[in-house]
Design a protein around this ligand. Structure first.
Ligand SMILES: [Zn+2]
Length: 375
């Protein structure tokens, strides 16, 4: 019997997925040992808001279904990558697969690059159909999870992948894309990048505004990861739906351009959004050195600043990042829960962090789209 079936048969696990008040132990999880914390981890619905495993398939032709060593020369970053067996062993229940498009793509070809990568992602999902299935709605996520499989969704990293015409977002939506990060490492025709956060005039363009309006009507989530603070503020003013930051650190712990300021975090939370903390050492602490406790320092700061209802995880596994020494792969994810429990998080809080908050945002985005379309 798979871990998922065991989890689904447990009343607590099933209700924890469907009701936010489930399994609340009244301020403490009762997990008094590492073994209890690991059992708790297996009960939780764990949804990773951002991982780049498809990048591995497109760049190196790696087989997602098999454990494999890191590509030669990249051992420093990957030990080992987040392949399907590792994700399953580590208790990840749902994944948002990053769709990465080369930032300097020819503008008229960028959308085809995005569509090709999405085709690869859909093929990987189909090839592993015994264990995972493409999800297109929040209801799909729940249904597929109940069936014992891993719901897999697609999110674009950088709106340059939409191409020069914002209406291209329609075809990306039809082909399964469900979030778009407004920027990646370069400014594009829609938004500014936080790589240039120190420079002024990083706001949304007119096309960027149009893109958000289209996404709101489609029911597609706006992702503010990598996005210039000016564009974040413009998006907050325009978007009718809550937004996410799929993978980020916070400046309150490590003040660097890649991370989110307290003010932006508060504004995103005020709009009902979710902030996914990543495991990328380079942005978690000076010197590219971190541990699981550094990740939790960032999670803690989000919780203290905007509350438990607005925090999530977006590992950035396989995103060319050095991971914390004690969290070297998806397989080791239970260590995070173990340390979170040791630092005072209870089961209800962990259920929100690991999946419920992101699910709520997705539902809100879908409901906003239905309202805007008058249906
Ligand atoms: Zn990224």
């Amino acid at each position: 019997m798979s871990r998922r079936w065991r989890a689904l048969l447990g009343a607590c696990a099933a209700s924890a997925f469907f009701a936010s008040a489930a399994c609340d132990s009244g301020g403490g999880s009762g997990a008094s040992s590492a073994a209890d914390a690991r059992a708790l981890h297996q009960r939780l619905f764990v949804m990773d808001m951002h991982l780049d495993s498809i990048l591995f398939t497109t760049l190196y032709g790696t087989d997602f279904s098999q454990p494999h060593p890191p590509p030669q020369g990249a051992e420093y970053f990957f030990k080992p990558p987040a392949d399907l067996p590792g994700l399953l062993e580590g208790g990840t229940d749902a994944v948002w697969l990053g769709i990465v498009v080369f930032p300097l793509c020819e503008p008229q070809h960028c959308v085809d690059d995005a569509r090709n990568t999405m085709r690869t992602a859909r093929r990987v999902i189909a090839d592993n159909g015994d264990h995972m299935q493409l999800a297109l709605t929040s209801a799909d996520i729940e249904r597929i999870h109940q069936s014992g499989k891993m719901p897999a969704l697609m999110g674009l990293e950088g709106a340059h992948g939409v191409g020069p015409d914002a209406s291209n977002v329609n075809v990306l939506y039809e082909e399964g894309l469900r979030y778009i990060g407004l920027a990646h490492f370069t400014p594009n025709g829609y938004a500014g990048t936080n790589l240039l956060a120190a420079l002024p005039n990083g706001g949304l363009t007119e096309r960027g505004q149009e893109l958000i309006q289209r996404m709101n009507r489609l029911g597609m989530i706006v992702d503010l990861a990598h996005t210039h603070p000016d564009s974040i503020r413009d998006a907050l003013a325009i978007s009718e739906a809550p937004m996410i930051v799929s993978h980020t650190g916070v400046r309150g712990v490590y003040d660097i351009f890649r991370n989110l300021s307290d003010d932006d975090m508060k504004a995103i939370a005020d709009k009902g959004g979710a902030i996914g903390v990543f495991f990328a050492s380079l942005w978690l602490a000076p010197g590219n050195e971190s541990t699981v406790d550094t990740v939790i320092d960032h999670i803690d700061h989000v919780v203290k600043t905007v509350g438990i209802d607005h925090v999530a995880i977006g590992s950035d596994f396989d995103g060319f990042v050095k991971l914390p020494d004690d969290l070297p792969s998806a397989k080791s994810l239970p260590v995070l829960t173990e340390r979170l429990v040791a630092r005072g998080y209870n089961e209800k809080q962990l259920a929100k962090l690991y999946g419920q908050n992101m699910l709520r945002v997705f539902r809100d985005v879908e409901q906003t789209a239905a309202r805007l379309r008058g249906s």
